[in-house]
Write a protein that binds this ligand. Sequence first.
Ligand SMILES: NC(=O)c1ccc[n+]([C@@H]2O[C@H](COP(=O)([O-])OP(=O)(O)OC[C@H]3O[C@@H](n4cnc5c(N)ncnc54)[C@H](OP(=O)(O)O)[C@@H]3O)[C@@H](O)[C@H]2O)c1
Length: 370
Amino acid sequence: MNELPVVLFGVGGVGQALVRQIVENRERHARQYGLWIRFLALCDSRSAVVEPMEGLNDAQLLDILDIKTRGGSLLEHPLGGTQDDLSAILDIVGLPGTLVVDCTATEETVPALLFGLERGYKLVLANKKPLTVEQEVYDRLVRAGGTEEAPLDLARVRWETTVGAGLPVIATLNRLLASGDPIQRISGTFSGTLGYVMTGLQAGRPFSQIVQEAYEQGYTEPDPRDDLGGVDVARKALILARGMGWRLDLSDVEVAGLYPPELDELSVEEFLARLPALDASFQEQVTAAAQEGQVLRYAATIQDGRCRVGLTPVDRDSPLGRLTGTDNLVEFTSRWYSPNPLVIQGRGAGVDATAAGVLSDLVELAFTGR
Ligand SMILES: NC(=O)c1ccc[n+]([C@@H]2O[C@H](COP(=O)([O-])OP(=O)(O)OC[C@H]3O[C@@H](n4cnc5c(N)ncnc54)[C@H](OP(=O)(O)O)[C@@H]3O)[C@@H](O)[C@H]2O)c1
């Protein structure tokens, strides 16, 4: 049996789903791949459960899931302790070939991820933040030897779920790059919430009403500005652009949010109350696009050295134009995929789909060299 030692950072929605899926897939992984995934440590924001020698058995893992699903701390587990330094956890673990999985949503993991690489560990990231801070950190995390010119080190690091969750967006990009097919444009929608808003606008509904409804039904972040501002989409666009070898920072991504910056200082209730003032302008834009045979999408476009995120008119008959609802959709236009683009579409969020994408990364990395 090939043992894959794993340390998990982040035991929230995605981290918990990952642990559950690994336990559920034990037999399949053993039968199909001769693979046994062994958790040596699980860490949340303040605590950790560490078993560096034997690894945690499934009963212990299920106990940990019980604690975390009811909102508890890992300190409640018999093997639990406080943690304020993820590198120290990696130092204790010390097994060659260890795979570190980042299912947090913070850039605080960066020092430990770099430390892990120095130790010869492999990485799987669901967390976008480490890949969207300084270019130098990106290079050190994903390029062989950490230098600007080096190729992506796919034998050691995977980050498929940072863009489009379980959809194979990064894998597709890497395959196009590997084949030498020049990519002329990537254009895509990467937010289910904003897809919902765009579908509502196209149906003639007022912007304020759609946002209010999405907020009340829990489709938006607790502060809807976190969706409507476009920064999360900008991070995904940056990861794609950097994946093509472009050298740029988050501040170079041109982001146009769906509300004016003066609404940033308001409480959520005040913000929602001010939205009807934007309705007429959105309706005008929808009508103007329709007169040109187009519809509006909140899209990221990476083309000609520019990375833009915002309201974008697209042809009604294009894959993006035909999209409705909350799916993500990415069009790759290249020499071989032109004029019809290569299209990836499907659920682009959700803890189970994301955890499944992380698990695929993990299984693939289990069999790469070093
Ligand atoms: N949910 C999705 O649909 C989806 C899709 C694609 C990608 N992702 C990405 O996947 C990641 C995880 O998402 P999620 O929905 O699982 O988030 P979440 O539920 O908020 O969980 C985050 C976890 O990270 C832990 N954490 C926070 N700061 C930490 C630190 N400094 N050190 C160690 N652990 C820390 C939290 O600890 P506590 O438990 O102590 O709070 C929590 O367990 C995010 O980066 C997200 O963008 C999510």
